[in-house]
Design a protein around this ligand. Structure first.
Ligand SMILES: C[S@@+](CC[C@H](N)C(=O)[O-])C[C@H]1O[C@@H](n2cnc3c(N)ncnc32)[C@H](O)[C@@H]1O
Length: 233
């Protein structure tokens, strides 16, 4: 029988690989692990990748398997989704994975300046309505927060099915004069990660829950990676 939400939430509260700060702690102050993820959580100095809007954590877990010498944290607000990723990581004995259940909006209260080496956003809600611009995870406000926690030279990497979100992101990059590292508006046709032996190819070949759904619907998958160093406040 499949587990209900409450049962999953109770399990999550006991999982050592999941951190669930209270809303007040994350919104108003600093969570205890801020600045201490390496020392107190992973107990190593390996580089840290954070996946935003991780949902069921397919990327976080997939990348952690691919790179045992790196650390990975998936962030999402939905406990039942995080449960899926955290459970998978436990079943696979992955010690380089953590999940943080909180709003991405509070990221600067969760990580210290320069604590994160790389950020991924996988299939965020595109929020196409004009009055939802402030919710789009690649708007300038969010980028300013990401820049604070990212190491100089760290990349933001985005995978999306949404033409609207892809174009919005490209516009912000242009408006802010940010440095683009790579972009492809149809990865499975133009880049074919499955046939690629490159590091990027192997990473792009991983598929999230939503990505599989969109691929079945015939949507094209877009990818863009860029640096935030030139973002002005
Ligand atoms: C469309 S789903 C994608 C999930 C996953 N990345 C995938 O591709 O299967 C978007 C996710 O973003 C999360 N999300 C949206 N806005 C958020 C925010 N401000 N803070 C935390 N999570 C957020 C939602 O809870 C949801 O799980």
């Amino acid at each position: 029988m499949s587990k209900g939400k409450l049962e999953k939430f109770a399990m999550l509260a006991d999982y050592a690989n999941c951190v669930e700060p209270s809303m007040d702690e994350a919104r108003l102050g600093s969570i205890p692990l801020k600045g201490k993820w390496h020392k107190d959580f992973f107990k190593n100095d390996n580089p840290l990748t954070v996946e935003l809007a991780c949902g069921g954590g397919e990327y976080t877990v997939g990348m952690a398997e691919m790179y045992p010498d790196r650390n990975f944290i998936g962030i999402d607000i939905k406990g039942n989704r995080i449960w899926k990723g955290a459970t998978k990581a436990i079943e696979k004995d992955l010690t380089n994975v953590g999940f943080l259940r909180t709003r991405i909006d509070f990221i600067i209260n969760c990580f210290a300046e320069g604590e994160v080496d790389e950020l991924w956003i996988t299939f965020p809600d595109p929020q196409p309505n004009k009055n939802r611009r402030r919710k789009r995870l690649t708007n300038k406000l969010f980028l300013g927060r990401y820049k604070q926690v990212l190491k100089p030279g760290g990349k933001l990497r985005l995978k999306t099915d949404s033409d609207f979100f892809y174009e919005f992101t490209r516009e912000v990059i242009k408006e802010e004069g940010l440095e683009l590292s790579f972009e492809c508006d149809d990865i499975y046709v133009k880049y074919t990660p499955e046939n690629s032996e490159t590091k990027l190819g192997k990473e792009l070949a991983l598929k999230t829950f939503y990505e599989k759904m969109w691929l079945e619907e015939g949507k094209t998958i877009k990818y863009i990676e860029y640096f935030l160093d030139k973002l002005t406040s």
